[in-house]
Ligand binder design. Sequence first.
Ligand code: GAP
Length: 451
Amino acid sequence: MPAPNFDVIVSLAKRRGFVFPSSEIYGGMAGFWDYGPLGVELKNNIKAAWWRHMVHLRDDVVGLDASIVMNPRVWEASGHVAGFSDPMVDCRSCKNRFREDDLKGKPSEIACPNCGNRGTLTEARQFNLMFATHVGPVADTASVAYLRPETAQAMFVQFENVATSMRRKLPFGIAQIGRSFRNEITPGNFIFRLREFEQMEMEFFVHPRDEDRWFAHWVEARHAWWTDVLGISDERLRLRPHEADELSHYSKQTTDIEYEYPIGWSELEGVADRTDFDLRAHAAGSGKKLEVFDEEANEHIVPYVIEPAMGVDRAFLTVLVDGYTEEQLEKEKRVVLRIRPELAPIKAAVMPLLRNRSELVERARALTADLKRLVPAMYDDTASIGKLYRRQDEIGTPFCVTVDVESLDDGAATIRERDSMTQERVSLDLVPGRVADLVAGRTGWQGVPRE
Ligand code: GAP
């Protein structure tokens, strides 16, 4: 099935409580979105999957959680105040504004993509993307500070504190998950390009002689994470090395991991070789030496940095787009969010077959409470079983558990698996453990088709 268009995803996201427009009752605000009850769960699960693989499962990476507002000298030294900008082109006729890299040709030679007029596009002009604010009671130039446009700089300016406190030798990495802010001129495509978003970045410090080996390692490891951990279809992923003229001001080589969205191939994550650009810039800016001692060469060196950097919101969007499937059943169509059980906001939904039978309701509620101790679970009896299944399919719940009249005799319930729609009959007291094992992948599914 081809990727669904964004309208379908935006509508599902709103209808089922994943993502809402920010401050919607006031007309919303371009580039800002809120994560609803199911969205926050899915987003947390994506972040946990990244942290587990980048920090907990490795012994050469440690974490950091830095403040969003930093000393403004950080952003002067890093080059962001002077150079973090996008070239933009305006149409003199319809007043629309475009990113130059989205235009298919030179502004002077093409028609405006919006109004179709020729000769109305301006030459590209640079727009700085930094969000400025004021710290303290006086709003003057001395109190200007910035909301960080990337999480990475904290890892550079805390490099020495982390290396010393954790007694680290090369190679080692510092990982961080956190909010970043960019005054994007053309936010859009739902949560693809935001003004406030979350990044997951890791700065991996290596000896300069090992630069290429680690760059190749991280490109491969990050690609494998998208397929093996997030479960994204490999045929919709590709690696794209940057051309020399598109490299960021700090990068010597960058490879993007791209996904084939309905809007075309677009960046999910970038792996950049930042060399010693940032540590040298901050050493010059702060007057402090940012070096490590290389025992082999018996000298102090400035490490190089390999950086895998990705956006949480884009990962979220990709999980929705990639997991969305429409299936034609015998009598009806069903929408299924085929996402990994460990990413699903709710792992199990419990429902009584008859909601007017108090014994069934009681057992189902008690089972939900038992399940909740092990996995996020919910109870629902607000519609017929068929409808309840469809609702859970649409939000990606991997297991539905039904308590029926037979349960009162055999003390068992039926577990139904989302993708195959096959079922297992399991003793009520074993259901929570069975579901938890299935979600964690500790055991396999043995369902049989429904009679
Ligand atoms: N520290 C390097 C850095 O920030 P980047 O390519 O500008 O590099 C890294 O950003 C990732 O952050 C991107 O691959 C993308 O997933 C995410 N990202 C960047 N700008 C974004 C925006 N405006 N909205 C949502 N995600 C964004």
